[in-house]
Design a binder for this molecule. Structure first.
Ligand code: ADP
Ligand code: MG
Length: 251
């Protein structure tokens, strides 16, 4: 049975799209069939993470009822199917709609469909909320971002969605708020702790998610943990030789 998982946050720029692209790859590396959909209609950029720049059909066309979801799906060499959103400002007027039925029909071969959601609680997010079974919340370990994410959790619960947990992104050693405090604050497990690392930006520029380019990188290992959590497996972190050297010198 296909599970539709929404990756959401209260604030923008916290790392939702980066997580969706890398988590999609990681789940696929774990042997699962994966689709990812850009539901950030007014801030589309999921396709760019995979080098998809120009494409004849997008999720916007699906929402307009002009094309089928299958025709808006692009197969990436990693094995995942990507449904990008349009980058054109001409398409900004599209009315967000709930395409759950199409997903269940056209992506029924998938184990997981990840939805890259818009930010906050506007109509795009609310339509995405209706589509999903589960929600993952992404936040930075800082109070204003956490408090916005908490609002999203409250709405997800109101919609009777299963909130899987929190992914903390851009974490650094100097952060005041620790994983345990944040978990208690949300009353949810922290299912991923992704450090601040410039390699993320490099991989985005290379149009190649870091889990594909460097599957053993510390960031990739953290994302594999999130994937394992979703798949109901234990998280076994394998650190690369370089990571071991780096942490030796950090001591
Ligand atoms: N762990 C990280 N370390 C460093 N930079 C990051 C990290 N995660 C994301 N970024 C940067 O933050 C930017 C915004 O991330 P993005 O995934 O687009 O956020 P959102 O989808 O929530 O708006 C990215 O372009 C990337 O450069
Ligand atoms: Mg985004």
């Amino acid at each position: 049975m296909t599970r539709i998982i929404g990756v959401m946050s209260g604030k923008g720029g916290v790392g939702k799209t980066t997580l969706v692209s890398n988590l999609g790859v990681s789940l696929s590396q774990g042997g699962k069939k994966v689709g990812i959909i850009d539901a950030n209609l007014s801030g589309a950029n999921l396709g760019l993470h995979f080098g998809l720049i120009s494409y004849p059909t997008s999720v916007h066309d699906v929402m307009r009822g002009n094309t089928s979801l299958t025709d808006a799906m692009y197969k990436h060499p990693s094995g995942i199917d990507i449904v990008p959103a349009s980058l054109s400002i001409e398409d900004l007027d599209v009315e967000p709609s709930n395409i759950r039925q199409q997903i269940m029909e056209s992506m029924s071969d998938k184990d997981y469909v990840l939805i890259d959601c818009a930010t906050g609680l506007d109509r795009e997010t609310m339509k995405a909320m209706e589509m999903v079974d589960d929600v993952i919340l992404v936040t930075h370990p800082e109070l204003p971002t956490i408090s916005d994410a908490l609002r999203t959790k409250t709405i997800a619960k109101k919609y009777d969605k299963n909130v899987l947990g929190i992914v903390l992104n851009r974490v650094s050693k100097s952060d005041e708020l620790k994983k345990e405090n944040i978990s208690a604050f949300f009353d949810l497990p922290v299912i991923g702790v992704i450090p601040e690392d410039h390699s993320i930006r490099r991989s985005i520029e290379a149009k190649n998610p870091i889990t594909l380019e460097h599957p053993k990188h510390q960031i990739s290992q953290e994302i594999h943990c999130v994937a394992n959590y979703i798949m109901g497996k234990k998280c076994a972190q394998k650190r690369s030789f370089m990571d071991k050297i780096k942490s030796f010198f950090r001591k």
